[in-house]
Write a protein that binds this ligand. Structure first.
Ligand code: SF4
Ligand code: SF4
Length: 407
């Protein structure tokens, strides 16, 4: 496990949102939210709303990745609320009781606002310490030169590094009496992207890797509000994989979906960097399409996925199709044998969005005022509406909501 993770500033909401609790001047926003959600649900070609497994078959599954190491429960709760309203099929989170509680609280709050389906809750765990999703940055700011311009703070996409300059014995920075830096990494917000490591000119930042505790995972899997598990593995240590599998054997049968993930597809934790971040995931999809003996099951793209992923998949004829004759884009054209593809099942089951999904909603979450450590987005329906509109720009094109169909 990583070094101590604090949740001191978070406690569960005591009540879900009811319209009467919303300030009268903001009720219009709440009605707009309900109308917006209703319009997305009504624009679905299939009724009733497809279950997560149906979404996988149709090729319009969307998973929100809160982050295997992202443990800021307040943000996790609000992200879960917003993306449940947007219609995701699954929410992936750290295998930690407080985080799982926060995801479910966000889902419940969303379901109290509008008629939406309950997404599956998926635990992210690892079998060894090689997967980069399971690490935390660490440094002691007292070891940093006091005049460092702190590029680590600026480069962190999760606002997980906060450093203050302090002047010993009082005085001011202007008087050049600067002595040291304080603060450092906010452990629960760090999700291990690694961008700060290379930003430090003094090489002060190190990574702490960890493996999730199988006993905790097993207990979480027995909860009725946990539906699925994703096991990250390097594939190199079958002994460690077997050890984890054996320790979950009594609880894994409760899971509706078991996913095994290797960092093969996209560039992990990079979707928020820019349009090009999705290239590797698309290249992987093209390569997979050209492979004759594919493993059975559903394929979900992740790693560098962002608002441009669907556009690229469409360009290569890989989105929501169960019949691929040719895949263009590699040096040679690849023939896909028709009989290898289950005609009831889309070729790519869906997309998982992580850093990009958190970024577009996170810029609104950081505007929320915190009272006693709480920041519930439904207390600010104007922000919730703004966040939902952002989330729909990502979920809408996959789901085929009417306003996003031609994008
Ligand atoms: S590893 Fe990434 S998330 Fe963690 S502190 Fe560094 S830049 Fe921020
Ligand atoms: S960039 Fe490096 S030296 Fe500068 S504040 Fe960050 S960790 Fe310290």
């Amino acid at each position: 496990m990583p070094s101590p993770v604090a949740f001191a500033s978070y406690s569960p909401a005591s009540s879900s949102l009811v319209p009467s609790l919303v300030r009268s001047d903001l009720r219009g926003h709440l009605n707009d939210i309900k109308a917006l959600v209703l319009s997305t649900v009504k624009s679905l070609p299939n009724s009733p709303i497809p279950s997560p497994i149906q979404s996988l078959r149709q090729g319009n599954w969307v998973k929100l990745i809160c982050g295997a190491s992202f443990e800021d429960a307040a943000d996790v709760r609000n992200l879960s609320l917003v993306y449940t309203l947007a219609g995701v099929d699954c929410i992936d989170c750290a295998a930690d009781a407080a985080v799982v509680g926060a995801v479910n609280e966000g889902i419940d709050a969303a379901m109290s606002i509008a008629m939406v389906k309950r997404p599956w809750v998926m635990l992210s765990v690892n079998d060894d310490k090689e997967d980069v999703h399971f690490r935390k940055a660490e440094f002691d700011p007292e070891d940093c030169p006091s005049d460092c311009p702190r590029p680590c703070e600026k480069v962190c996409p999760a606002s997980a590094i906060v450093i203050q300059r302090v002047v010993e014995g009082g005085g001011s920075v202007e008087n050049n009496r600067l002595d040291k830096l304080q603060g450092g990494v906010i452990t629960e917000r760090c999700y291990g992207c690694g961008r700060c490591f290379s930003s430090c000119p003094y090489d002060r930042i190190s990574a702490t890797t960890y493996a999730r505790d199988p006993t905790t995972t097993s207990k979480l899997l027995q909860r009725s509000d946990v539906d699925a598990i994703e096991i990250h593995t390097s594939g190199r240590r079958t002994d460690l994989f077997n050890l984890l599998w054996d320790s979950l054997v009594d609880s894994i049968e409760n899971a509706k979906l078991v996913a095994v993930s290797q960092v093969l597809d996209g560039r992990p934790m990079s979707g928020d960097i820019g349009k090009g971040a999705t290239r590797e995931a698309i290249a992987f999809a093209i390569q997979l399409a050209a492979t004759c003996n594919k493993p059975h099951g559903f394929y979900q793209l992740a790693g560098g996925t962002n608002a441009f992923t669907i556009e690229s998949l469409k360009k290569y004829g890989l989105f929501q199709t169960n019949h691929i004759d040719y895949v263009v884009g590699n040096s040679s054209e690849a023939r896909i044998e028709d009989e290898q593809i289950d005609p009831r099942q889309a070729y790519i089951g869906g997309i998982a969005y992580g850093g990009y999904a958190r970024k577009i909603v996170g810029k609104i979450l950081c505007k929320l005022p915190r009272q006693d450590g709480h920041a519930w987005i439904e207390d600010h329906p104007e922000y919730l509406l703004e966040a939902l509109n952002e989330a729909l720009t990502l979920v809408g094109p996959v789901k085929g909501y009417i306003a996003y169909r031609e994008r």
